[in-house]
Design a protein around this ligand. Structure first.
Ligand code: SAM
Length: 355
C-alpha cells in the first residue's frame, strides 16, 4: 500500500502553506508556524535509541540551572514567536515533566492568545500531573510508548520502567480531558517491530491516535543504521493485513503524520515517515533548546543564541528581527538529502534540542 506525500517543487509552495501568514518565510518559501521548546535536557528514562546509558551515565554533565531558560524567558520567547506568526507550541525535552512546577509555565503560555499548546511526555509522571497540567491550560498531550510488552519496554527505556505505569498516565490524561491523546511509538528493527500489531489492536477503538515513527539518525550517540529503520510503508502494510486501513486526508498542510483509518470505523493511526518519505518541504518548525538556542532543523549542528539577547536588555522587537532574519536565511532539508554519510555527521542530541 502506497504512502501518499504531496511532492510539489520547492519554490512552488502550496498556497495554503503561506496563506494568511504575516511572519517570515525561509529561502524555500516555508513560513514559521510551530515552535518546539525543550524545557529540560534531563530525562528519567535512558531509551537506548535516544539517551543511551553509555553516554548519558552518572558522570554526564547536564546543563546547570543558571544555563537553562527560566519560565519567564520561555514565555517571553513564545510571545515573540507568536508575534512572528507561530500557531502552536509543543513543550518537550528531555522529559518535560521532570522540570519542577511545569504547570506554572503552562499557565503563563496558556495566556498567549491564539496559541495551540501541547506537550510530549514519556508518561511516567502523567498520572500525578495530568490534573494540574489541564487546570493550568494545557490542551492535549502526546505520550511516547514503544511497546506493550513489559520486557521489551523495560529493555528500551533501560531504567526498568513498567508499561502499566505509562498506561495509568494515559488513562489519567484521558479522564482529565487532555484529548485527543496521541501515542507515539518509535519502531526500531530487531527491538520492537513485534509490538506494532499488539499496539494497534490495543489502541483501536479508544479514541487515542497511535502514531508510528521511523527510527531516525538524530544526534550521534545512537549508532543509527538505515537497516534499523522499519519503514512506514512496511508498518501500514503489516497492520492493513489484519486490520484493513484506508488513507485519510491531512488535517492541514505540513502535518508530519500520514493519516490512515480503520475501514471498520474503529479509529485512526498515523505514520511518521521521517526517513523514507522526508517532509522537509512542508516543515514550518523551529526549535528552542533548553539553554535558549534557536535551531531551524532537528538535524542542525549549530543554533543561534537567543539567551544572551533575552538576558542582555535587548527589546522584544529586536529579538523578533533577529529570529525573522535567522528564519529568512533557512535552507535546511536534511532528511531529503540524508545518506549513510550524512548520518555520520555530528548533530545535536534530541534530548537537548527537544524531540
Ligand atoms: N521525553 C519525552 C518523550 O518521551 O516523549 C519528550 C522528548 S523525546 C526526545 C520525544 C520523542 O522523540 C519520543 O517519542 C521519542 O521516542 C522520540 N525519539 C527519540 N529518539 C528518536 C529517534 N532516534 N528516532 C525517532 N524518534 C526518536
Amino acid at each position: 500500500m502506497a504512502i501518499r506525500r504531496a511532492a510539489g517543487p520547492y519554490m512552488n509552495t502550496p498556497q495554503d502553506l503561506t496563506k494568511a501568514h504575516s511572519g517570515p518565510s525561509d529561502r524555500l518559501g516555508r513560513p514559521l508556524r510551530d515552535l518546539r521548546i525543550s524545557v529540560t535536557d534531563r530525562c528519567n528514562f535512558r531509551c537506548v535509541y535516544c539517551m543511551p546509558k553509555e553516554v548519558f551515565g552518572a558522570d554526564y554533565q547536564f546543563l546547570e540551572r543558571s544555563e537553562i531558560l527560566t519560565f519567564e524567558e520561555i514565555a517571553r520567547s513564545a510571545r515573540i514567536f507568536r508575534d512572528l506568526g507561530i500557531e502552536k507550541v509543543r513543550l518537550t525535552g528531555g522529559e518535560p515533566l521532570v522540570r519542577r512546577n511545569l504547570e506554572q509555565l503552562i499557565g503563563m503560555l496558556a495566556q498567549i492568545p491564539g496559541l495551540d499548546l501541547t506537550l510530549t511526555t514519556n508518561g511516567s509522571l502523567l498520572k500525578r500531573k495530568a490534573r494540574a497540567l489541564k487546570d493550568a491550560g494545557l490542551r492535549r498531550v502526546t505520550v511516547s510508548l514503544d511497546s506493550l510488552d513489559d520486557a521489551v519496554f523495560r529493555r528500551l527505556n533501560d531504567v526498568d520502567f513498567p508499561v502499566a505505569k505509562v498506561l495509568e498516565g494515559i488513562e489519567a490524561a484521558a479522564t482529565t480531558g487532555l484529548a485527543p491523546l496521541k501515542i507515539n511509538m518509535v519502531v526500531k528493527r530487531g527491538e520492537n517491530e513485534d509490538s506494532i500489531l499488539p499496539m494497534a489492536r490495543f489502541f483501536r477503538g479508544t479514541g487515542h491516535i497511535l502514531r508510528f515513527i521511523e527510527y531516525m539518525d538524530v544526534g550521534h550517540t545512537n549508532g543509527w543504521r538505515m537497516d534499523d529503520v522499519v519503514s512506514a510503508r512496511e508498518i501500514v502494510a503489516m497492520i492493513d493485513r489484519e486490520l484493513p486501513l484506508e488513507p485519510l486526508d491531512p488535517n492541514y498542510t505540513g502535518e508530519v503524520a500520514e493519516r490512515w483509518r480503520y475501514r471498520d470505523g474503529s479509529g485512526e493511526i498515523g505514520v511518521i515517515a521521517s526517513v523514507t518519505q522526508a517532509f522537509c518541504r512542508d516543515c514550518t518548525r523551529a526549535r528552542l533548546s533548553t539553554e535558549g538556542k534557536l535551531y531551524t532543523c532537528l538535524f542542525a549542528t549549530t543554533g543561534h543564541d537567543l539567551r544572551s539577547l533575552l538576558r542582555g536588555g535587548v527589546s522584544d522587537s529586536e529579538i523578533r528581527s533577529t529570529v525573522a532574519a535567522v528564519w529568512s536565511k533557512r535552507t535546511d532539508r536534511y532528511s531529503e538529502i540524508r545518506t549513510a554519510q550524512t548520518a555520520r555527521l555530528p548533530k545535536i542530541e534530541m534530548s537537548y534540542i527537544g524531540g
